[in-house]
Design a protein around this ligand. Sequence first.
Ligand code: PBG
Length: 336
Amino acid sequence: MLTRPFHRPRRLRGSAALRDLVRETRLAPGQLIYPVFVQEGKKVRQPIPSMPGQFRYSVDALVEELGAAQQDGVVAAILFGIPESAQKDARASQAYAADSIVCRALEAVRRSLPELILMADVCLCEYTDHGHCGRVVERPGGEVVIDNDSSLELLAEAALTYTRAGAHVVAPSDMMDGRVRAIREALDGEGLTEVPILSYAAKYASAFYGPFRDAAESAPRFGDRRSYQMDPGNAREALREIRLDLEEGADMVMVKPAMPYLDVIAAARRSVEVPLAAYQVSGEYAALCAAFANGWLARGATIRESLLGIRRAGADLILTYFAREAARSMRSGEWG
Ligand code: PBG
């Protein structure tokens, strides 16, 4: 004989209002950070082929885009500078030049949109001629390495320059050991004690960065990033990276990418009290967009679920190329 179920979880799923009432995780525009690329020129809005709907903007066009994003509910953006290729060199000079493309963009956005929280990605790979995130040094035996310690002063100088240009938050993404402390000391030394550091603490050597490297022209000319970014097989090591960055003075930490590393986000959430960010990276965006373009996945519902999953795993903040669209959908009530 069939027995009637005693437990009926379905009782709480009967209406949209009831589901809303008992929802454990929510999305709000204020949790999103919009990554954007800035390049030279005027009125430039150059499509990025592997990231449909994303563009490389000139400074004027970027101000317009971020103004419109703000209207849609976006409260924070992170800037990536793309210098002219002729300006790239071994010392990544444009990473810390006061008149660099990213500094001019920071100044312009800060002036036109003072309410927007402005973050600056701090790394050398967009600015070095070899495309690595640190300095390349040849050891006496002829071995070529990405040198940790001589990269730190350049990263600290870059963070200082971006702060002076108007960045509210600096976000080092290079994965050199000790860079958070180097940046904190440099900022404090200049009296910039109030500027928070969001460290890309657990950043994996991921295949999902492909479209970003096309967009930023930052693919390494030789070798790969596995000697400094984390091995995708490791989760405990992520906790160590996060702990070290916190000891060095990070105010917020990040796990990157997001969807293939939800376990890492969950573990990080359990071990830290500071705000935790996750980066839904270019390859995650590109893969979803490809499925939308083919009609294989429903756009809005899939974006919402992907962001909800990242939040449910434990991220407080999400860096996502969907930020503007998602904020708009939340605002309009489309997502319930
Ligand atoms: C710079 C940097 C990268 C990303 C953010 N900062 C690329 C990389 O490490 O190769 C990737 C972001 C994305 O894929 O959306 N080091």
